[in-house]
Design a binder for this molecule. Structure first.
Ligand SMILES: Cc1cc2nc3c(=O)[nH]c(=O)nc-3n(C[C@H](O)[C@H](O)[C@H](O)COP(=O)(O)OP(=O)(O)OC[C@H]3O[C@@H](n4cnc5c(N)ncnc54)[C@H](O)[C@@H]3O)c2cc1C
Length: 260
């Protein structure tokens, strides 16, 4: 079974992040860039599927600037077999639709039974790339999985929803997205880190994916961020001193705020 794992490099959500004033895209130059957290679970799940099935290859695919190679390398250190990096200045500023077209173009150059991704990225957080890929490629769509089981060419997913889960089934090939409830990602071992140095990473330009430059980038995207503002700083809280009437003061405060 051949598996492609999608990984995205994102600004570390634990540190300050911002958009660029010049074009309202994510400021990647001044951010601490890391592997999108949810994608670690996708990598782990791909490795577990390969280990359980006993054959096939795990290919890591990322669309992003040159620095995204670090993200691919981390997945190779965890145990993936090879990487594909699509990088081209023309892709900068692409929205989800344009990004999905580029990923689908790159997938067209690979042999795969399963594409597995995180359920969302921590920067764009549009949560639609896997569904768009299933639509473009015509593969089965199984999103938001918290558990996967395989029987022949059939895959069953427990799909995480508010208040519980749904069980959905489909035939391979499938595009699957996973939440962080599905497994516990492994850390790269020393051996894995050394082996990753020799694993191949194929670099593709936009033209190699078969996608026209007129379909991607800030200029050609269907949606764009037109305005943004930083979150306002937290206001100091209001302290209520209990002088025997603390409960009354608290209720008065809540009523004043129209909270009760
Ligand atoms: C503040 C902000 C607002 C935005 N608003 C919009 C908007 O309203 N509409 C819109 O269309 N776009 C928007 N974007 C752009 C969006 O970030 C990009 O389209 C992005 O490449 C795809 O969206 P996502 O990462 O949020 O996808 P998601 O669907 O959240 O990502 C799910 C998974 O898909 C995979 N994946 C996503 N991107 C890549 C990639 N480049 N390479 C490999 N795998 C990938 C990862 O496994 C990821 O875990 C916005 C971006 C920002 C920063």
């Amino acid at each position: 079974m051949n598996i492609v794992v999608l990984v995205k490099q994102v600004p570390d959500s634990g540190n300050p992040r911002t958009l660029k004033d010049s074009d309202n895209t994510v400021d990647r130059e001044n951010a601490d860039l890391v592997l999108n957290e949810m994608d670690e679970y996708a990598i782990e799940e791909a490795l577990l599927i390969k280990e359980n099935q006993g054959d096939g290859e795990v290919t890591v695919l990322s669309v992003g600037p040159e620095s995204a190679t670090d993200t691919i390398r981390k997945a190779l250190q965890m145990g993936a077999d090879k990487g594909v990096h699509v990088t081209d200045p023309a892709i900068h500023g692409s929205d989800a639709i344009a990004t999905a077209k580029v990923i689908a173009g790159a997938l067209g150059k690979l042999e795969w039974d399963i594409v597995i991704s995180g359920a969302e990225s921590t920067d764009g957080r549009v949560t639609v790339i896997p569904a768009m890929l299933a639509e473009i490629t015509g593969a089965t769509q199984l999103t938001s999985a918290r558990k996967l089981t395989f029987e022949g060419t059939e895959v069953t997913a427990e799909r995480q929803v508010d208040g519980g889960y749904e069980v959905v089934k489909g035939q391979l090939p499938a595009v699957i997205s996973v939440w962080d409830t599905i497994n516990e990602p492994r850390y790269p071992s020393f051996k894995g880190i050394m082996q990753a140095k020799k694993k191949p990473i194929d670099t593709l330009a936009l033209a190699d994916t078969g996608v026209d430059a007129g379909e991607v980038g800030l200029e050609n995207s269907w949606s764009e961020v037109i305005e943004w503002a930083p979150r306002p700083p937290r206001q100091a809280g209001q302290a209520i001193t209990d002088e025997g009437d603390g409960g009354v003061k608290l209720v008065e405060y809540l009523v004043g705020q129209k909270l009760i």
